[in-house]
Design a protein around this ligand. Sequence first.
Ligand code: FAD
Ligand code: UDP
Length: 376
Amino acid sequence: MFDYLIVGAGFAGSVLAERLATVANKKVLIIDKRNHIAGNAYDHYDDAGILVHKYGPHIFHTNSKDVFDYLSLYTEWRNYQHRVLACVDGQMFQMPINLNTINAMYGLNLNSDQLEDFFASRAEKVKEVRTSEDVVVSKVGRELYEKFFKGYTKKQWDLDPSELHASVTARVPTRTNKDDRYFTDTYQAMPLHGYTRMFEKMLNHPNIKIMLNTDYKEVMNEISYKKLIFTGPVDEYFDYRFGKLPYRSINFKFETLDQEKFQETGTINYPNDYGFTRITEFKYLSGQKNPKTSIVYEFPTADGDPYYPIPKADNAELYKKYQTLADQLENTYFVGRLATYKYYNMDQVVAQSLATFKKIQRETLDLVADENADLR
Ligand code: FAD
Ligand code: UDP
C-alpha cells in the first residue's frame, strides 16, 4: 500500500514526491505516461553531445529564495542571464523593448527621461487595462504594439491580443533603461548538469518508486494508495464532464548544424514572419563548447500535447467549474500548470508544490490532534 500515488513526474509531481518521501517519510509511487521523468523540463544530450530541451527552451529564473534554496539541494548551478532579440522589418532589436531598441529603431539618441516622454506621446488612453492589447498600447502605443506583439501573439495563441488576458503580454515588460536581459529576477541560472539530472537526484530515495510509460487510468484500479496527487490536465481527470479546456501546443523542429554558432544570442523572436515564433540555440543555455550547434524552432499549433493553458475569460469560467469539483474530492490534490490551469513558470510550480506540501502537513497534524481529542 502506497501512502501517495502521484500522477506526473514533472516539477509538481517530483517536488511533492521528494518532500513526502524525505520529510514526511511517506511511501510514494510516481507515474508518468511518458518514457522519462522531468515533465516538460526534460533535457538530454543529442547526437552532437549538446544538452537540448525536448519540450522547448527552459530558462530558470525566480525571485524566491525559498524556491532557489530548495532546488539547490539537488543541483549546482551555472549562472545564465537570457537575452533575446526580435527580428522586425528585417533588423534585430533588443527585446523586451528598451532604450537601445527605440534608439536603434528610430535612429534617435534619447536618454531614459526622453524615452518616458516618447512613450507617453504614443501611449493610448485605456480606461481599464484588461486585455493583452491594452497592456501594450497603453504603454508604448499602437505602432510598437503592431511591430513586436500583435503578430507574435496571433501566431502563439491563434488569438488577437485583445482576446487574451492582460497577464500574457504583461510577462514581457517595457523598459526605459538599457537593460537587455529577458528577465530581471534575483536568481537566474541553469542546473549545471541539466534538469533531468536534477530530477533524478530528487527522486532517488528508497521511499519513492517510479513507473514510466504508464497512463494513470490503466493502473488506478490495480494500485492501492491512500491519497492521490494529480498533475495532469484537470479536465481529463474529470472525463471532460463540462467540455474540453483549451490548451495551446507547439511543434518543435530541432536541427544540428555543422557550424560553431548560428545566431547572436540565446533566442531570436520572429513576431511577423514565418510560421515559427522563435529560434533558440542551446549552447548559450548550457555554456558548452562544441564545433557543432543545435537549435530549435517553435511552431505553435492547436493539436498535440497540452503545453499552454490559454488565459482568457471563458476558459477561466470553465476551469472554475472543474476547480469546484476538484475542491470537493477528499484525499486528492491538484497541483501544477495543467491541473490548476495556470500559465505558471517552473519556479511558480515549485512554490505551489511546496505550499501544497505544507498544507498536507497541516492537515495531517489536525487529523492527529482530532484523534487524540477522541481518545481523551
Ligand atoms: P508538466 O511538466 O507538464 O508535468 C506533468 C506530467 O504529467 C507530464 O510529464 C505528463 O506526461 C504527465 N501526465 C499527464 N497526464 C498523465 C496521465 N494521464 N497519466 C500519467 N502521466 C500523465 N518555465 C520557466 O520557468 N522558464 C521557461 O523558460 C519555460 N519555458 C517553457 C517553454 C515551453 C515551450 C513550455 C511548454 C513551457 C515552458 N515553461 C517555462 C513552463 C514549464 O514547462 C512549466 O512551468 C513546468 O514544467 C510545469 O510543471 P508541471 O509539473 O506542472 O507540468
Ligand atoms: N510576446 C510577444 N512578442 C515577443 C515576446 C512575447 O508578443 O517578442 C507575447 C506573446 O503573446 C507571448 C507572451 O508575450 O506568448 C509571453 O511571452 P514569453 O516569452 O513569456 O512566452 P513563453 O516563454 O512562456 O512562451
